[in-house]
Write a protein that binds this ligand. Structure first.
Ligand code: PGA
Length: 247
């Protein structure tokens, strides 16, 4: 089980960040899950450099550039140097700020080139009765992966994050049945995009209003390999109980 904490911009000072890391470390030490924290970029290095615990760190995003005269950019290489092992790519909040499928594909390539494990976010804005959201998710996966070398495609973790379920509460998250269906669909699309039968090992996460109340029901029979937690990960008690629920 992979549990990713996406702090977004909920955490803005170092004492709070350090307190959250310590609480998360304690919860993670009682669990078999792999726990990854994605702090805001200015805090990443201070928390992750020299980290020897079994927590891992992620960049919330990386730049589409690879260095040079690019004021304000956090390149994949700089994120790696700051202690990240993973990078969230294509989060809907970055897509809303301008990341097209093409930019997401570029970022994915940069992450892989630097040895960061990409967590590729996909997910529809809404569910239409005709089921067009399935084609939308398929297209996000295809566009992100088609220019990536076959052997690198197997390193990508997919996070299914339906936009309509993000930033709400447990009762608004997707139902376990619909989630199971989507996981099967994503695995089917990955079977077409990944070499041989490597898609059988592909990891698929779910994100969107994961809270202590729904963490277990979402993961119990849906076939997901983990969760990407937003607001509840910036609350030490809530996040510790999610880790406990999933242990
Ligand atoms: P949420 O965010 O848990 O606050 O819904 C999830 C995400 O956007 O990654």
């Amino acid at each position: 089980m992979l549990i990713v904490a996406n702090w977004k911009a909920y955490v803005e000072d170092l004492p709070k960040a350090k307190g959250l890391v310590a609480a998360t470390r304690r919860a993670a030490s009682r669990s078999k899950a792999t726990v990854v924290i994605a702090p805001p970029p200015p805090l990443l290095g201070a928390l992750a450099i020299g980290n020897r615990s079994r927590l891992a760190f992620a960049a919330q995003d990386i730049s589409r550039t690879t260095g040079g005269a690019q004021t304000g950019e956090s390149t994949a290489r700089a994120c790696m140097a700051a202690g990240a092992a993973y990078a969230i790519i294509g989060h809907s909040e970055r897509r809303a700020a301008g990341d097209t499928n093409g930019i997401v594909a570029e970022k994915l390539g940069h992450a892989l080139a630097q040895g960061l494990i990409p967590i590729l976010c996909v997910g529809e804005k809404e569910r239409d009765p005709a089921g067009r959201y399935l084609a939308f998710v398929r297209e996000e996966l295809r566009a992100a992966l088609e220019d990536i070398a076959q052997k690198d495609r197997t390193k990508v973790i997919v996070a299914y994050e339906p936009i309509w379920a993000i930033g709400k509460h447990a009762k608004d998250a997707i139902g376990p049945h619909d989630l199971a269906e989507m996981v099967l669909y994503i695995k089917k699309v990955l079977a077409e995009l990944l070499p041989g039968n490597s898609s059988a090992r592909a990891q698929v996460l779910y994100g969107g209003s994961v809270e202590p109340e729904d963490a277990r029901s979402l993961t119990a029979a849906s076939g997901i390999d983990g969760v990407l937690v937003g607001h509840a990960s910036a609350d030490s008690r809530q996040f510790a109980s999610i880790i406990k629920e999933l242990s």
